[in-house]
Design a protein. Structure first.
Length: 147
């Protein structure tokens, strides 16, 4: 069986561009939804949760956030989704998709009490997650799956 790249290379340039544009639009439409990070397929054939788990390892999230409730430099992700989070400002928020998305792309905006926000800010800047919304959605879906 031929790879997608091999097939596209054999197409006339105009047809190949149209095909690739259709794939991109399909991926964008597939990523849209109700605004939650619930498990949905991705354009790469794996679920958002599976992609989020891959990113948890490859982006170094595992260095600070445990999956089993063990304390670390950052809050554990086990049971985080839907829980009440105490912020350094004194506010209490629910760790829903909106909060997690905001915290991942701008960690200093809502720092969790008892944890240094600057560490995560440096990691986010180096990984450029703010410019990768699909990666952020995958991480949020993974966190949501960790009941």
């Amino acid at each position: 069986m031929q790879s997608m790249a091999a097939i596209v290379r054999r197409l006339p340039a105009r047809v190949a561009l149209t095909f690739l544009a259709a794939l991109a639009i399909g991926a964008l439409v597939g990523a849209c939804g109700s605004g939650t990070a619930s498990v949905r397929g991705s354009s790469h054939g794996i679920s958002l949760v599976a992609r989020g788990k891959q990113l948890y390892v490859s982006q170094g999230c595992e260095d600070c956030h445990s999956l089993n409730g063990t304390p670390g430099p950052g809050p554990t992700w086990k049971g985080l989704y839907g829980s009440r989070v105490h912020l350094t400002t004194g506010r209490i928020v629910v760790a829903n998709a909106a909060y997690l998305t905001k915290h991942i792309v701008d960690p200093n905006a809502m720092t969790v009490s008892g944890f240094p926000g600057s560490v995560m800010s440096e990691a986010i800047l180096s990984d450029d997650l703010a410019q990768r919304p699909a990666a952020v959605r995958s991480l949020v879906a993974f966190i949501e799956s960790l009941k």
